[in-house]
Design a protein around this ligand. Structure first.
Ligand SMILES: [Zn+2]
Length: 73
């Protein structure tokens, strides 16, 4: 295995898989983590960090939604 691709994004971490099983949390994250007019995440800004949107949490939530869509019933 050679892992020099460098294509890693936070949304591909294990958190997305965990959140995929918690659709209510995903919905809430996508609802709260929205960009303000300066392009920063509203929820993360309130938490004290001036994260540029899409923030890590929003990326993870987006990834989790995609994972859910991929899950067989
Ligand atoms: Zn955020």
């Amino acid at each position: 295995m050679t892992g020099g691709g460098g294509g890693y994004t936070p949304g591909d971490g294990p958190m997305a898989g965990v959140l995929a099983g918690m659709p209510e949390v995903v919905t809430r994250l996508l609802d709260e983590h929205v960009p303000d007019r300066l392009g920063r995440c509203t929820a993360c800004r309130n938490a004290g960090s001036g994260m540029v949107w899409p923030c890590t949490l929003h990326q993870i939530a987006t990834r989790a939604q995609a994972l859910r869509a991929d899950y067989p019933r």
